[in-house]
Design a protein around this ligand. Structure first.
Ligand code: GLU
Length: 258
């Protein structure tokens, strides 16, 4: 008898608290983006040619075009987008705290980052390289032992450099713009970052050079919050179709990326 009463009470409480009801599950980001009618994208403003500002402070770059393409496919309008500026060290927090719906920010897939968020298929592969002033005698990473190198905090290079060249003095900056200015001002012997980003700065400046060797492979992808399978599938479909149509390689040509 007591058992029967307990079971009945348990069933009643389950019905009233709505446990197991589908409506209580959090919405997939794809659904909430469609409901609010705007895609909020974490984008860089310091990382040419992926994300930077033109002279009217408008967001431009490869990642900006990719964000517009994503909004066009999800919401039917490339203009239904809002950009939130992120840097290498705050972008993950802005995604997990739901300030942005996705990150498109020259961001490499790494095993550590995959524990926190999901990544799309890659849309570009960069490699870490060294940039020095034109008159520098430095020709390799090992020659930077006991010297100073500039990096950007939160980038993959911060970790790889600390483990591969333990005796290097690392000078970190929040943005690539500040890091590049510091190299030019002679604050260190070299700047280390992804080759495509370094090229974005070296393109219009012949006082610096990029050394030929690449030290890593950096697959860039769109990052979305974990447990949002619809959004992950949507960005993957958009990217795969754009790659197959040749649109991604046209965009790379437009922004001088090889
Ligand atoms: N791709 C590297 C990374 O994800 C460097 C670019 C960046 O700092 O945003 O860390």
């Amino acid at each position: 008898m007591i058992k029967k009463v307990c079971t009945t009470l348990l069933l009643i409480s389950l019905i009233f608290c709505g446990c197991g009801k589908k409506e209580n599950l959090p919405k997939d980001t794809l659904t909430s983006v469609k409901e609010k009618g705007i895609l909020v994208v974490g984008i860089k403003t310091d990382t040419p040619p992926f994300g930077y500002l033109d002279k009217n402070n408008k967001n431009i770059g490869f990642d900006v075009d990719l964000a517009k393409l994503t909004a066009k496919h999800i919401l039917g309008d490339a203009g239904k987008i809002s950009f939130v500026t992120v840097n290498s060290s705050n972008r993950i927090m802005k995604l997990t705290s739901k300030e942005v719906d996705m990150i498109i920010a020259a961001m490499s897939i790494t095993p550590n980052r995959q524990m926190i968020m999901d990544f799309s298929v890659p849309y570009h592969t960069a490699g870490q390289a060294i940039m020095v002033k034109n008159d520098s005698k430095i020709s390799s990473l090992l020659e930077l032992e006991n010297k100073k190198a500039i990096i950007v905090f939160g980038s993959t290079v911060e970790k790889s450099l600390r483990s591969n060249v333990p005796n290097i003095t690392i000078i970190g900056y929040k943005t690539y713009t500040e890091a590049f200015q510091a190299l030019k001002a002679g604050k260190a012997d070299a700047m280390i970052a992804d080759d495509t980003i370094l090229m974005g700065f070296a393109m219009n400046d012949n006082s610096v050079k990029i050394l030929p060797k690449r030290y890593t492979k950096e697959p860039y992808a769109i990052a979305v919050r974990k447990n949002n399978p619809l959004m992950l599938e949507a960005v993957n479909t958009i990217l795969k179709e754009a790659i197959n149509r040749g649109e991604i390689s046209q965009m790379k040509t437009k922004w001088g990326i090889n």
